[in-house]
Design a protein around this ligand. Sequence first.
Ligand SMILES: Cc1cc2nc3c(=O)[nH]c(=O)nc-3n(C[C@H](O)[C@H](O)[C@H](O)COP(=O)(O)OP(=O)(O)OC[C@H]3O[C@@H](n4cnc5c(N)ncnc54)[C@H](O)[C@@H]3O)c2cc1C
Length: 389
Amino acid sequence: MTHCFYGNDHEDFRRTVRTLVERSVTPKLEEWDEARMIDRSLWKEAARAGAVGLRIPERFGGAGTDDYRFRCVVQEELAEVGAAALASSIAINEDIVGSYLTRFGTDEQQSRWLPGMAAGEVVTSIAMTEPGGGSDLRGMRTAARRSRTGWVLDGAKTFITNGYSSDLVIVAARTGEHDGRARLSLFLVPTDTPGFQRGRKLRKLGLHAQDTAELFFDELRVPADALLGEEGAGFEQLTAQLPLERLSIAWRAMVAAEAAVRWTVDYTRERTAFGQRIIDFQHTRFRLAELTTEVEVTRSHLERLILELNEGTLTAVSGAKAKWWATELQNRVVAACLQLHGGYGYMEEYKISRAYADARVQTLVGGTTEIMKDIIGRGLAGPRPRRDA
Ligand SMILES: Cc1cc2nc3c(=O)[nH]c(=O)nc-3n(C[C@H](O)[C@H](O)[C@H](O)COP(=O)(O)OP(=O)(O)OC[C@H]3O[C@@H](n4cnc5c(N)ncnc54)[C@H](O)[C@@H]3O)c2cc1C
């Protein structure tokens, strides 16, 4: 199945990524967990190997490819070693900030930021969620007002991935109102701007190696050209990118589940109880049969959606369906795999233990499962499409 989805170019690329992961990721996982931070040197190494900056145009030092399957390869290789924190940090740079800049940035904005991102020298964040709420974006409080020379931002954000280490943050802020609801705009904010402050590195259930932080903006002044795209079009810009963002999370979820099943097959083939291998108990085999089937069915659906993304036909509803399904699946599968590891599954030195903690956030970030179902349900409850249409 996989061989149809990928071509020779992707498999050649996989070899490069695997070498990078073996050399520079696997040996560092524990150190990063302890430091609650990914070493900045990794970004540069990943850039040298061509594993980041994939979509960034070649004139800015990237690979200039719109074929999302290359990014799928990176995520698969990171999932195999249980590097979920790095996988999601890379996705923020590549799938979110990189995509916003390539899609909505002016030539000047792209020339300023994309070469550094492609070289692994600039790490980025996207800041939407606030202490008062994340699901209801139009209830956002952070505000930007015009000044003589540009904009002044005031407010606070929380749960921001890469928030402690990033050099550039795309900040969503209200720049007006319509029917009592915020009109949003997006701003490119360098983190060395006076008035920009980081709060503490937040302690989390999982994804320990990822720095997640609160951010504060106090009379933060940026020039007029910090506005990304049109004033007041932020909500539409965010919405336009959400199918990609959600499919990216769904893919990470599916490949993490796939890796967990592989580790569990290996473990249960080695471990014995009552004089036989754990995998020889009928219950174990049935469980693994169910898990591997569920993951495989999900993979073939997601592969189809990735091809739709490549063709520009992926819809918001398809992205929402993929996201809730795959992330809930990931949580079910990883929990079942941990159970089959017995007590060792609870020990930190086993990858399944970290995978269990790392999986939990997936049904929350990028829109919760409930919000995904609301998007899908609203489509079903709306006007009926004509059957002959
Ligand atoms: C580790 C981590 C990293 C994150 N990284 C980022 C980041 O980089 N940038 C960023 O901007 N944000 C980030 N987030 C925030 C994340 O996107 C939000 O947590 C998420 O959108 C939910 O918002 P909330 O936490 O405010 O929950 P709330 O919006 O307060 O929701 C609470 C509960 O109410 C439910 N609910 C809300 N509205 C509805 C509704 N209409 N119908 C039914 N149920 C509803 C929710 O599903 C949820 O169960 C991150 C979060 C975490 C935990």
